[in-house]
Design a protein around this ligand. Structure first.
Ligand SMILES: Cc1cc2nc3c(=O)[nH]c(=O)nc-3n(C[C@H](O)[C@H](O)[C@H](O)COP(=O)(O)OP(=O)(O)OC[C@H]3O[C@@H](n4cnc5c(N)ncnc54)[C@H](O)[C@@H]3O)c2cc1C
Length: 398
């Protein structure tokens, strides 16, 4: 296939992964990001599955140990801080900022256009046109829409698909390892640590520092605590920030209303094992992400494809959201490489990625229900192991 002119809408992890791969394959790729400044997610850790780091390791030649932290054990604590389950299972963790910065270094800034929100796409006979919020437009051969959970492109093409609230939110935050009691670091620093209790669970793991450092003593401890809030009044109150603005997806560090931060800290003190509550209460600026499910019946519309959270937003319990966005990109790259025509490539790509999105969503819904409503989460159950295609999978795809 001859080189294509490609517009990637959305310049986060999914968009930049796709841009790097398609650029490497010889296509002419531009990324259009709505944000006026480069992206930043302070303190957001990610479980780092192979698809998420594959480009950086295989193509950019980056040492995996330089951008992530490996842990060797899975630990579950009991209410009195005792270890109730411990098994050996290696995981990798990184931080959103580390991965974004490295992908940006790989793609470069010349064709990454900030302050360029798209407002619509229009299919033409031999091209597709992207119109931006500033009324400018471009004509391209292919649009890759990686514009996230509130995707403008999905809203235009599939207006009936709306995010479904899962019934709970993730409270999140980080604290510097050096600010934690040394006994807690010694006990939990080489593990992912869980506490599961009535209709809730919290987990904690080490991630790189804000400057990217992965050295022991300089890392951050990251917690993610899933808590149920009734849709409507309770959720709206939680999501109303310090300035009185009602937010829909997340409330960033420093913007969560004080009475909710106070309540969260008090509940942590009252309900969580000491090792975990000591971490939570030291977090200065906890933040919030609402957990939504999104499922699309189609990912390809003419010469436009939806990838990452724009297509399927899955609950975080498989630590696979970023990996899925990256795998959508790898799969598109593979199908474009091996197909005679763009149409064949997109048809086959859509079939593969619809299957992946649907199965991951179903698996993560079921894991979420186990802790948040059904209370049948069993430490050590292999179904709970992180993974993109299956729990703990080897993630095929080359
Ligand atoms: C609590 C929680 C924990 C998680 N933990 C993990 C984990 O451990 N591991 C993991 O792999 N994943 C995890 N995820 C999931 C992961 O964060 C997402 O799946 C991933 O960020 C999706 O990437 P994306 O590029 O598709 O979308 P996003 O990161 O949402 O990016 C969308 C981008 O599009 C831009 N944009 C939006 N509209 C427009 C427009 N009209 N024009 C131009 N640009 C636009 C936005 O500004 C944004 O930059 C977690 C998610 C949550 C909520």
């Amino acid at each position: 296939m001859s080189p294509l002119k490609i517009a990637v809408i959305g310049g986060s992890l999914g968009g930049v992964s796709a841009a790097c791969l398609l650029r490497d394959a010889g296509h002419e790729v531009d990324v259009y990001e709505r944000s006026p400044v480069e992206l930043e997610q302070r303190g957001a850790g990610i479980g780092f599955l192979k698809a998420s780091y594959r480009y950086l390791v295989e193509r950019a030649g980056i040492d995996l140990d330089a951008i992530s932290i490996s842990t060797s054990d899975i630990i579950y604590l009991g209410r009195n801080d005792e270890i109730v389950h411990q098994s050996h299972h290696p995981y990798r963790f990184s931080s959103w900022n580390t991965v974004y910065q490295r992908l940006m270094e790989s793609f470069g800034r010349d064709r990454y256009h900030l302050n360029k929100g798209s407002s619509r796409v229009d299919e033409k006979d031999h091209s597709v046109s992207v119109t931006f919020e500033d009324t400018s437009s471009v004509d391209v051969d292919l649009v890759v829409a990686a514009d996230g959970i509130r995707s403008t492109t999905r809203h235009q093409l599939l207006p009936d698909v709306v995010p479904q609230y899962a019934g709970y939110v993730a409270w999140r935050g980080t604290v510097a390892e050096e600010d934690l009691p040394s006994d807690i670091v010694a006990r939990l620093g080489d593990a992912i640590t869980y506490y599961v209790f009535a209709n809730s669970h919290i987990l904690m793991y080490p991630i790189p520092a804000l400057d990217g450092s992965v050295d022991k003593g300089q890392r951050l401890f990251n917690f993610v605590w899933y808590r149920n809030y009734l849709d409507g009044g309770d959720l709206d109150d939680l999501m109303t920030d310090v300035d009185g603005e009602l937010r829909s997806v997340s409330v960033p560090p420093g913007a969560v209303a004080k009475h909710h931060v106070d309540e969260m800290r008090a509940t942590a003190h009252a309900r969580l094992p000491r090792s975990i509550s000591e971490v939570v209460r030291r977090v200065e600026q906890p933040f919030l992400q609402v957990v939504y499910d999104i499922e699309v019946p189609r990912m390809r519309h003419g010469k436009t494809c939806l990838i990452g959270d724009a297509a399927f937003a899955v609950r975080p319990h498989a630590a696979a959201g970023t990996a899925k966005a990256a795998e959508d990109a790898w799969s598109l790259y593979r199908h474009l490489e091996r197909s005679e025509s763009l149409d064949t490539a997109l048809t086959n790509w859509e079939s593969d990625q619809l299957a992946l999105g649907a199965s991951l969503l179903s698996r993560t819904r079921s894991i979420g229900a186990r802790s948040q409503t059904d209370n049948n989460w069993e430490p050590g159950d292999p179904e709970l192991i992180f993974g993109l295609h299956t729990p703990g999978d080897a993630e095929p795809g080359s």
